[in-house]
Ligand binder design. Structure first.
Ligand code: DGL
Length: 273
């Protein structure tokens, strides 16, 4: 196989927070980011819709020659990854790989909690899929998991309403709902790509003894380990330290949002497929 960039897929802008960590930890690789902004958000969509949209985008990244695709989206990882890995990949591209963001987090999360009571915050899709519950149970059956869906947080962040009373209201409300489930929670996972952008605000409503975990560094670390353990995949990833950005909607809007999510200026291209 020819060497090609690592595909990084998200429903929209959110996966840029994950890509940022990939570039920080593994700058030598080439990355092809693909945001399905025209159909975002995925968080409130049905299982079938998220699966079909995600599969379409993964196929597109395969057509652009990516040999490895990371679903840098919790909702897509929760609702589409398993079916794509088990049902689709063996038929459409047995030599290619698709990985997600939930497993790397659930593999280590039990080690970060002393009380073994962990809270998960995510989109309605991620929370209703119960993927975090199922995956944590596999690695840490002794851990108790509490979940809270925060459907208003993504729209507030995307509409640049972070520094408003409305944002505080919804943050406080969902944090209080989660904390009411158990007074033993000592670790909370930000199970959505957007939530790191409001981490400071979330902290405001949490007792000091609770640690907030976000996935970027964990997923980047897991990807680096994966590539070390799989030289056959690593050898087909090109390494020229480049990043290219594709969106299914306006490139201008994407470029503007990228400053917030990626932290630097980028130049996206719009693609229709
Ligand atoms: N990227 C999505 C996630 O991590 C959030 C945005 C959306 O709902 O599409 O779940």
């Amino acid at each position: 196989m020819q060497k090609n960039p690592i595909g990084v897929f998200d429903s929209g802008f959110g996966g840029l927070t994950v890509l940022k960590e990939f570039v920080k930890q593994m700058p030598k690789y080439d990355y092809l980011y693909f945001g399905d902004n025209a159909r975002a958000p995925y968080g409130s969509r049905s299982f079938e819709t998220v699966y079909h949209y995600t599969l379409e985008c993964v196929k597109h990244l395969f057509n652009l020659n990516c040999n490895l695709v990371i679903l840098a989206c919790n909702t897509a990882s929760a609702k589409a990854l398993r079916t794509i890995q088990q049902k689709d990949l063996p038929i459409i591209a047995p030599d290619k790989r698709v990985l997600g963001v939930i497993r790397p987090t659930t593999e280590i999360i039990g080690n970060l909690s002393k009380t073994k009571h962990i809270g998960i915050l995510g989109t309605s899709g991620t929370i209703n899929s119960e993927s975090y519950l199922v995956e944590i149970e596999k690695f840490f059956p002794e851990v108790k998991v509490y979940q809270e869906a925060c459907p208003m947080w993504v729209p507030l962040i995307e509409n640049n309403e972070i520094n408003t009373p409305a944002c505080d209201y919804f943050i406080e409300r969902h944090i209080n709902n989660l904390l009411a489930m158990s007074n033993k929670i000592d670790v909370i996972v930000l199970g959505c790509t957007h939530y790191p952008l409001i981490e400071a605000k979330i902290k405001k409503y949490l007792p000091k003894n609770i640690t907030i975990i976000w996935q970027g560094p964990i997923v980047a670390n897991a990807l680096s380990n994966y590539l070390n353990r799989h030289p056959e995949i690593d050898s087909v990833c090109s390494k020229q330290n480049t990043q290219r950005f594709l969106t299914t909607d306006s490139a201008l809007t994407f470029n503007n949002a990228a400053k917030l999510f990626f932290g630097s200026e980028i130049k996206a291209e719009t693609i229709y497929f």
